[in-house]
Design a protein around this ligand. Structure first.
Ligand code: S3P
Length: 171
């Protein structure tokens, strides 16, 4: 399998950024975290965008930066947990240039890893709302990405599993 681009999807706390950075380093490819890219472009933190302009504005930014990344190859992309739910981004996640990996995580591990939830506005909701968000997202993650289990694993272990799964696409 020789993908032009590796895209990591999964719920908040699944480890997309930490794992993606390691995979990119192994491949000698660029690494982009779409949340960091949005923050750089918008000149504001994610939490601030949600607070001052609302989630819809954040989704517009997210869609814009991912649209830009669709033109790049030899890149590992860690996407925000909600990005795959945007219908306008379907071709990025389902297109043949992207190999999409779903970092599976239980809700318990996700919440443990995200700690105090700082910077993640969607985790500042009731437990029921977070559980509904988590459950509502699973079908789309499973549909779009090859599953890799992350519970109880370090980012390095998960990155190594992805490398095994993909072979070395840079060769
Ligand atoms: C979101 C996940 C966050 C960030 C934003 C919204 C979501 O990214 O994009 O807070 O909708 O799940 P991470 O998955 O990297 O935490």
């Amino acid at each position: 399998m020789k993908p032009k681009r590796i895209v990591l999807i999964g719920f908040m706390g699944s480890g997309k950024s930490s794992v993606g950075r390691i995979v990119a380093e192994r491949l000698g490819w660029d690494f982009v975290d779409t949340d960091a890219f949005v923050e750089a472009r918008a000149g504001a933190r994610i939490a601030e965008i949600f607070r001052t302009s609302g989630e819809a504005t954040f989704r517009e930014w997210e869609s814009r930066v991912i649209g830009e990344l669709a033109a790049r190859t030899r890149i590992v992309v860690a996407t925000g947990g909600g990005a795959p739910t945007q219908p306008s981004l379907r071709s990025f996640f389902a297109g043949q240039d992207s190999t999409v990996v779903h970092l599976r995580v239980s809700l318990a591990d996700a919440l443990q890893r995200t700690g105090n939830h700082a910077g993640r506005p969607l985790l500042s909701q009731s437990e029921d709302a977070i559980r509904a968000l988590y459950q509502g997202r699973q079908a789309i993650y499973e549909e779009l990405g090859m599953p890799v289990e992350t519970d109880g694993k370090t980012p390095l272990e998960t990155a190594e599993q992805i490398m095994l799964l993909l072979g070395n696409p840079s060769h």
